[in-house]
Design a binder for this molecule. Structure first.
Ligand SMILES: [Zn+2]
Length: 227
């Protein structure tokens, strides 16, 4: 799984675009793996499943031609990091049990805030910062994008994000920032892939759909991907 994730960063052109140190990329992936717990679902395998599904969607939907490499980096890195250090119990449990995470984040998406904070703790170490060669302004944008996407994985916000996306889907325009933001928000607000979801994915014929239905497809697919 580590090698495949590493390959995705190379193949998507992210290593080249952000001048990533190849050894740092390996170290970062290893550190990410070590920071997923060995619980039944939200483990490193889940991280891999979500990321490889996003990788498939990026290619099948032609997103490499429509989004910037920075957006692609934000999407794929958010997938890799989106459940870091998940303790295996959901937000409702965290809040009801008044856990340390719930208290730290005042009951506001405690898990998602934690996943994101761990992601940036890892990236704050120069040894494991894959973005160490990007300028500060770019890093700020990447950080902001990742925070938005990882926090959007709180299913309590799914209805609100979906409604915003549905408002724009019939007139979707890749050149409008507002529309891109709505799809970027929607993509991670998604469900974990299961066997039947994967089957549905394979049964879709991307080559025959129009641009706007491609966006709908990206949404439909991604609603199956992340949790
Ligand atoms: Zn997840």
């Amino acid at each position: 799984m580590l090698s495949l994730l590493e390959h995705m960063y190379h193949e998507l052109g992210l290593v080249k675009e952000f001048n990533m140190n190849k050894v740092t990329l390996k170290r970062w992936l290893l550190c990410v793996q070590e920071n997923y717990r060995n619980n039944p679902f939200h483990n490193f395998r889940h991280c891999f499943c979500v990321t490889q599904m996003m990788y498939g969607v990026i290619h099948k939907s032609g997103l490499l031609d429509r989004l910037s490499r920075e957006d692609i980096a934000i999407l794929i890195t958010s997938c890799v990091c989106h459940d870091l250090d998940h303790p295996g119990y959901n937000n409702t449990y965290q809040i009801n049990a008044k856990t340390e995470l719930a208290i730290r984040y005042n009951d506001i998406s405690p898990l998602e805030n934690h996943h994101c904070a761990v992601a940036f703790q890892i990236l704050s170490n120069p040894e494991t910062n894959i973005f160490s060669n990007v300028d500060q302004v770019t890093f700020k944008r990447i950080r902001s994008g990742m925070i938005t996407l990882i926090l959007a994985t709180d299913m309590a916000r799914h209805g609100e994000i979906l409604a915003n996306f549905k408002d724009k889907i019939d007139t979707f325009d890749f050149t409008k920032d507002e529309h891109l933001t709505s799809v970027s928000d929607e993509i991670p607000s998604c469900r974990a892939s299961t066997g039947s979801d994967l089957l549905q994915y394979k049964n879709n014929e991307m080559s025959n759909v129009t641009a706007s239905s491609q966006v709908r497809y990206v949404y439909d697919m991604n609603t199956l991907i992340m949790r």
